[in-house]
Design a protein around this ligand. Structure first.
Ligand SMILES: *Cc1c(COP(=O)(O)O)cnc(C)c1O
Length: 433
């Protein structure tokens, strides 16, 4: 069972001389779980292969984008075809309209949209637009929700910020952080109080409609509809950040699954099929405040990049063509593996609370329930770290933090489910022993 790590070890030593902490994004480090991250050489379907030839079942899918599995042939082909025509022009192409129409087909509320190169840019731009549209400065977000690393959004943010146990980020002036109100998730009265306390000052409310970045936390009954009502009553914009949930929970993301609408929606991850891509969009009246039509400036040298557009179109085409089978399959497979592992924990006498919506879920090492960040933070992260290491040794690569969601792909099947549950049984046994 012992794996070879020599090549990854060599690459890590080099990386630590080049990148802070050896990584280009902190969530890739294994500080919260211990051990060293393998360096990936390639991936196919549900599997990652590292630089030493070890194979892992992948449960983070590039943190969400790889819903079709790795190196999906139609995506690879589309990117190769686009690349032969040059990687970028800095001028408009048909591909941008092609992807936008595919987005609009499932997000009809995105009357106008704009492509950017990351989720961070999408949320940052949406907030600028909400402030311009309302002439107000304050923003409401929720504890444990992560919306990228723009200054005003790194307040009680989830994901890597939560993993590293820091309240926000150094380098964000308090004048900027002070404009962000971070409220507990799933607590509508807290939102109503904030509006009462700052009448006419709140430009928008931004949220993850299903939290993924504090681990998976679903919205309570009526919560999303309540936010829609309160924001509309108070003249603030509802910004639904679907960077993680878009195209994953349903073709039209959480908006479709829960039947709500938003003033602005942000997309990323699956939208680019694994290439750097994001988008924000919504009501035409708001979006037409953007330059060159209006006074809100927003731009990007690589926005609407042809390779990203090609990968996005190929991905959304596959999801649309097989929507009747893909989403039920993701649901059934995710249920089997998520519940199978939770049952194995229970059988071993280890407390685990399973939160799952479709193909995203988290096993929280706590008695639960987990309905907000505070409850998630009460999890036994040392236990999670043990579990993570024990699974990795058995060829199952989970996201390296208690405060992240697992993501399944269409390429995960019965074989991977069975292997994962067996690995979990052995891992729990080892943890007790
Ligand atoms: C990943 C994520 C972002 C940030 O996207 P990047 O492409 O990493 O900048 C924003 N919001 C949510 C909900 C995310 O999951």
């Amino acid at each position: 069972m012992t794996m070879q790590h020599d090549n990854s070890e060599r690459l890590r030593v080099r990386a630590e001389k080049l990148f802070p902490g050896g990584v280009n994004s902190p969530v890739r480090a294994f500080r919260a779980v211990g051990g060293q991250p393998p360096f990936v050489a390639r991936a196919e379907g549900a599997y990652l292969f590292d630089a030493d030839g070890n194979r892992f079942i992948d449960y983070f899918g590039s943190w969400g984008p790889m819903i079709l599995g790795h190196a999906f042939p139609a995506v690879v082909e589309a990117v190769a075809r686009a690349a032969r025509n040059s990687a970028s022009y800095g001028a408009s192409t048909a591909a941008e309209g092609d992807l936008a129409e595919r987005v609009q087909a499932v997000y009809p509320g995105m009357e106008r949209m704009r492509f950017v190169s990351s989720g961070t840019e999408a949320t940052m731009s949406a907030i600028r637009l909400a402030r311009a549209a309302t002439g107000r400065k304050r923003i409401v977000k929720f504890e444990g929700c992560y919306h990228g690393h723009a200054d005003g959004l790194l307040v009680k943010a989830g994901s890597g910020v939560a993993t590293l146990g820091i309240p926000g980020s150094a380098g964000v002036p308090e004048e900027i952080a002070g404009l962000t109100l971070a409220l507990p998730y799933n607590d509508l009265p807290a939102v109503e109080s904030a509006f009462a306390r700052f009448p006419g000052e709140i430009a928008g409310v931004i949220l993850e409609p299903v939290v993924g970045n504090a681990g998976c936390i679903p919205p309570g009954e009526g919560y999303l509809a309540g936010l829609r009502r309160v924001t509309a009553e108070r003249g603030a914009l509802l910004i639904v950040d679907e960077v993680m949930t878009g195209f994953r929970l349903a073709p039209g993301g959480a908006l479709e699954l829960y039947g709500i609408d938003a003033d602005l929606v942000t997309l990323g991850k699956i939208l680019g099929g694994g290439l750097p891509c994001g988008a924000f969009g919504g009501k035409r009246g708001y979006m037409e405040m953007l330059a060159p039509l209006g006074p809100v400036y927003q731009a990007g040298t690589l926005s609407g990049n042809p390779l990203a557009m090609a990968a996005g179109c190929a991905t959304l085409d596959e999801l649309a063509a097989r929507r009747e089978t893909i989403y039920p399959q993701l649901e059934a497979t995710a249920r089997a593996v998520a519940e199978g592992v939770a049952e194995a924990a229970q059988a071993a006498g280890i407390s685990v609370t399973l939160n799952r919506v479709g193909s995203m879920w988290t096993w929280f090492f706590t008695n639960g329930p987990v309905t907000n960040y505070e409850q998630a933070a009460a999890s036994n992260t040392a236990r999670f770290g043990q579990f993570h290491r024990a699974m990795l040794e058995r060829g199952v690569w989970l996201p390296p933090s208690q405060f992240e969601a697992m993501f399944l792909s269409v390429a995960h099947g019965q074989a991977e489910v069975g292997a994962t549950i067996s690995a979990a049984r052995a891992a729990f046994g080892e943890m007790l022993g």
